[in-house]
Design a protein around this ligand. Structure first.
Ligand code: ZN
Ligand code: ZN
Length: 355
């Protein structure tokens, strides 16, 4: 069962003398404290609840050894530094997964803490703060001013450290590109996504799924500019990369039972659906291209363990596959194709109940 958040009034006698407490989320004077760790403070119940949902329930107990220490010894202890780095990683992953589910508001507490901890470890104005700035920029989607501020700080940090890694450059350009799409500045967005793809290719390779996201975002710019033939070729490149990646994941899953990392499932599902819609509405509709995207969606739902989705997406994938082959679907053919599609008999037994 999931733990519930609990707050109690601050007991001043239990705290070091003269130590003023500030709200974890807004930095205003605190009146409440988390009754589980007793080292985290809030101005009001709303902020305590928002922080609990956003990040605190995952790190409540991790904060006790870090925050219970006096500040001076904290800076001196390398063990504490290791713990804070672990905390940064947790915050980054939580913020990223909430963002990929479109929960921008909920991602804010984790992104904010990620930045504060990064400053504690690496100091202000360092390039190591860039991932946190980018998370905050994305969490503030819709708040143009705040988003701009975080991206400017990230740009400045990167400018000051010419030797920072390729990943940072690719992430920064991707975020800037998104911002420019949102403001309608398509030329600048094009420049940023081109840079994003360049740096991602250098670091991860042409065929990597990381780079493919850059192609997808670039295709969105071309869609807005009405350059459909380019969109078509970019989408088929993205579909090809994901089809072979998902096929590999599915094989590993079937052979070893290793579970699929669900962090980016939502964003991937959305991306594939956008592409499927484009392919279906395309004036030069090509069943082969539709089939590749449909197979990707079917594999994704299979890896996600959602059998109802597997059935609908598999049947759709089958229909288009059969269309490519130019013949009717018979019950026997359904079974053969499903077996081929998933390269296993196991899910077929479950699926057959519905056929
Ligand atoms: Zn507050
Ligand atoms: Zn707590």
């Amino acid at each position: 069962m999931e733990a519930e958040s609990q707050a109690s009034a601050i007991i001043p006698l239990a705290l070091p003398k003269g130590a003023e407490k500030f709200c974890e989320l807004c930095q205003r004077e605190a009146r409440l404290q988390c009754s589980k760790c007793r080292v985290t403070f809030y101005c009001a119940a709303e902020h305590q609840q928002a922080d609990w949902v956003g990040i605190h329930k995952r790190i409540c107990q991790l904060l006790v050894p870090i925050r219970a220490l006096p500040l001076r010894s904290l800076q001196q202890t390398s063990h504490t530094e290791t713990q804070i780095k672990k905390l940064i990683e947790i915050c980054r992953l939580v913020a990223q997964s909430k963002l990929s589910e479109g929960k921008h508001q909920e991602a804010l507490p984790a992104a904010q803490l990620c930045l504060r901890c990064s400053i504690d470890v690496h100091g202000p104005n360092t390039v190591q703060l860039v991932p946190a700035y980018l998370l905050l920029a994305e969490a503030n989607m819709g708040e143009k001013q705040a988003q701009n501020d975080f991206l400017s700080q990230a740009e400045w940090a990167v400018l000051k450290s010419p030797k920072c890694g390729l990943t940072i450059h690719h992430q920064l350009h991707r975020s800037l590109g998104r911002l420019h799409v949102a403001t309608g500045d398509l030329d600048t967005a094009f420049y940023d996504f081109a840079n994003d793809i360049y740096f991602a290719t250098e670091e991860y390779g042409l065929d990597s799924t990381v780079t493919s996201r850059g192609y997808f975002l670039m295709a969105d710019v071309f869609t807005k500019q009405g350059k459909i033939p380019t969109v078509r070729s970019l989408y088929s490149e993205v579909a090809r990369i994901w089809h072979s990646h998902l096929t590999r994941l599915l094989e590993t899953h079937i052979q070893t039972g290793v579970c699929f990392d669900q962090t980016c499932t939502h964003a991937l599902d959305e991306m594939l659906r956008t592409m499927l819609e484009f392919e279906q509405k395309d004036t030069r509709k090509d069943p082969a291209r539709i089939a590749v995207v449909a197979h990707c969606l079917a594999m994704l739902s299979f890896l996600g363990g959602d059998f109802l989705k597997v059935i609908t997406s598999s049947l759709f994938a089958l229909k288009v596959t059969v269309l490519v082959n130019g013949s009717k679907i018979t019950k026997k053919k359904k079974k053969v194709l499903l077996t081929r599609l998933y390269n296993t008999e196991t899910p077929i037994n479950k699926l057959q109940l519905f056929l």
